[in-house]
Design a protein. Structure first.
Length: 368
């Protein structure tokens, strides 16, 4: 398990690694991290950094407390902090001849196909220009409805759209433990996870969410997205100086190894969607047809729930309301409500215009 075979590496760092107790900036640590990045770049690695810290640095500058900050105030503070954050990176990285750029993303930028492709192209162009993208969630405009909620999942989505080989989540713990290491002395570090269901079956994730920046649950969710995208993931202690070098030398971390081959880019994006817009409940006949590789037709749909547009992500549930597939809808929820249970030849007459016969095309669908 080494980074030497990884061509594209995403590194996520939390605000606690940049700002100590929301007061002192850890400049020496950031300099050591920049040297790590410089070394990876010298080996022709493509690096993307997903960084928190805008609100923390904004609060530091304005002498505010992060506690009890209302949404509108925190968005304003994030706007101030973004400048501080990029200045900090620029000042530090320039000493090692590293060029940086800034990319701010919202949930829709990775969930909507067209916008995710645009984001990917921008990142690829920055690689060609020899710039290191610094990615952050656009906290200045994001609301609870359109937020990733944590940078662990944001980083996993960036890894997915860029076809990254490895995602490194730098946390304040060494990795995933069998128990909360701050409470139990007999807690053991899990060095390698190859099967997310089997290998962590006996791990009480809920009981260990208290340790680690952002909680361990969000990191497991990020691992699931990476696993489906054919990307390996690492949880490692980022508090150490030269954190990436520590991973390579000591390997005192948790590796999540993806056994999934690189899925088709379109299907990879579909299956790892964070927020499907609606659900379709289908009959047994339709399920059997889908399993055999056919498209979903209106005749097999029993019920539609949620409001969504043409092209949105949706879940496909069987008679028992168990999700077994995801896909991109060729119709809006209102249109499906009118044509569900109907034969494909009747669609034009019901809707009043010519449309596709497939509600979800087989090329736009992935079994879970």
């Amino acid at each position: 398990m080494q980074l030497k075979n990884s061509k594209i590496i995403i590194i996520k760092i939390g605000s606690s690694l940049l700002v100590e107790n929301n007061k002192k900036i850890r400049k020496k640590w950031l300099a050591s991290f920049a040297k790590d990045v410089q070394r990876l770049k010298s080996k022709n690695k493509r690096i993307i950094i997903v960084s928190s810290g805008a609100i923390a640095l904004g609060c530091k500058k304005m002498k505010f407390s992060k506690r009890n900050l209302k949404l509108d105030k925190s968005q304003a503070i994030a706007s101030i902090g973004q400048i501080e954050l990029m200045n900090l990176f620029s000042e530090t990285f320039s000493k090692y001849n590293l060029n940086i750029s800034q990319i701010l993303l919202t949930l829709d930028d990775t969930e909507e196909r067209r916008r995710s492709i645009n984001a990917k192209r921008t990142l690829e162009n920055l690689f060609q220009l020899n710039y290191i993208p610094i990615v952050n969630e656009n906290d200045t405009i994001a609301t609870s409805e359109i937020k990733y909620g944590d940078n662990d999942r944001l980083a996993s989505r960036v890894a997915q759209i860029t076809n990254a080989d490895t995602l490194i989540l730098l946390s304040d713990v060494d990795g995933l433990f069998t128990k909360n290491p701050k409470k139990f002395k007999d807690a053991k570090l899990i060095k390698k996870v190859t099967d997310l269901k089997k290998d962590i079956h006996n791990v009480n994730i809920k009981g260990i969410t208290e340790y680690g920046s952002g909680g361990m649950n969000t990191k497991i969710q990020a691992a699931k997205i990476c696993n489906l995208a054919g990307c390996n993931m690492i949880i490692a202690n980022g508090l150490n100086m030269y954190p990436i070098n520590q991973i390579e030398k000591k390997n005192n971390c948790t590796w999540f190894i993806s056994k999934v081959s690189k899925l088709h880019a379109r299907k990879k994006w579909i299956i790892s969607s964070i927020s499907p817009k609606g659900e379709l409940i289908i009959d047994d006949g339709a399920k059997k047809a889908l399993i055999s590789g056919k498209s979903l037709l209106a005749a097999g749909i029993k019920k539609v729930s949620g409001k969504f547009k043409k092209g949105d992500h949706i879940k496909i549930l069987d008679n028992k309301r168990k999700e077994f597939a995801r896909g991109l809808s060729s119709f809006s929820s209102e249109e499906i409500d009118k044509i569900l249970g109907c034969h494909s030849k009747e669609i034009e007459k019901i809707l009043g215009y010519i449309s596709k016969s497939e509600v979800v095309h087989k090329d736009d669908m992935v079994e879970i």
